[in-house]
Design a protein around this ligand. Structure first.
Ligand code: 6PG
Length: 256
């Protein structure tokens, strides 16, 4: 009888000197994760975030140094979240990844699974769910090989914001998130999907993130109130890459 393998989730925290060092480290984690997924599954499926922090990482991955280290033909790109704007809009997470990375590598168009921010939020979320169901056919829930997340100063991650019901969602794969003004509405993956990833990479930089980060990574009582603190992979690994400024209030907290 074959022994079943039980994967235990693990958490790692790495503090890097600045955003530049953090981005290089993230690029190397991306390359290694792609190689190991290619070796076992013949494809590498990632979900990426927007925001300012990952820009440099995406640019590095699209640069001569890293571009040839990834087998882009078999990489699939999804998004952890999207803003409800057309894909040409400066606020579009698709546009950011496209300008910095996707337009610079040999990734086939059919491997780009974007969230249609130009649609009505509910429709866009439902279309994205259908896209994931088709792609991950046969799996109970989407299983991304790597999810790249950022954290806002208020502890939000993807487009899961503190105090909103979206963090309680247990059934849907993606949901519309209404933030009061149409151009600010967003679509987000839900916690069960994010936590089903094999590997989660958090990128956090800047002094403005230090206080919330110490709550989330420490024993802070408010931890559960921050969506980023609810990212706990069910079976995968989570790595926090943090620059020195964001790590300012972490004290002795390190990998465990
Ligand atoms: C987005 C995000 C969001 C982001 C954080 C951190 O679309 O804005 O996916 O969750 O990762 O707000 O943003 P910064 O990297 O700009 O600090």
């Amino acid at each position: 009888m074959e022994a079943s393998v039980i994967k235990k989730p693990s958490r790692k925290i790495e503090v890097l000197s600045d955003l530049e060092a953090l981005s290089f480290r993230a690029a190397s984690i991306f390359v290694n994760a792609s190689r190991s997924s290619m070796a076992s599954k013949k494809r590498f499926v990632v979900a990426v975030s927007g925001g300012t922090t990952p820009r440099r990482l995406y640019a590095l991955l699209g640069s001569e140094t890293y571009r040839d280290q990834v087998d882009w033909q078999h990489v699939h790109f999804f998004w952890a979240d999207e803003r409800c704007v057309p894909k040409e809009d400066e606020a579009s997470n698709f546009k950011m990844a496209s300008d910095t990375l996707l337009s610079r590598v040999a990734l086939p168009d059919k491997n780009i699974h974007r969230i249609k921010g130009e649609e009505a939020p509910d429709q866009a979320a439902r279309d994205y769910e259908e896209e994931m169901k088709r792609f991950f056919e046969g799996s109970e829930r989407p299983g991304f090989d790597l999810v790249i997340l950022g954290m806002g100063e208020d502890g939000h991650t993807a487009s899961l914001f503190p105090g909103l019901r979206s963090i309680e969602e247990t059934v849907r794969l993606a949901i519309p998130v209404y933030l009061g003004e149409p151009k600010k509405d967003r679509i987000s993956l839900t916690l069960p999907v994010l936590n089903n990833a094999d590997q989660i990479l958090f990128l956090v930089a800047g002094v403005s993130k230090a206080a919330v980060l110490s709550e989330i990574l420490g024993d802070g009582k408010r931890k559960g109130g921050f969506p980023a603190g609810l990212i706990r992979p069910a079976h995968g690994n989570i790595t926090w890459l943090i620059d020195q400024e964001a790590a300012a209030k972490l004290g002795g907290i390190r990998s465990h």
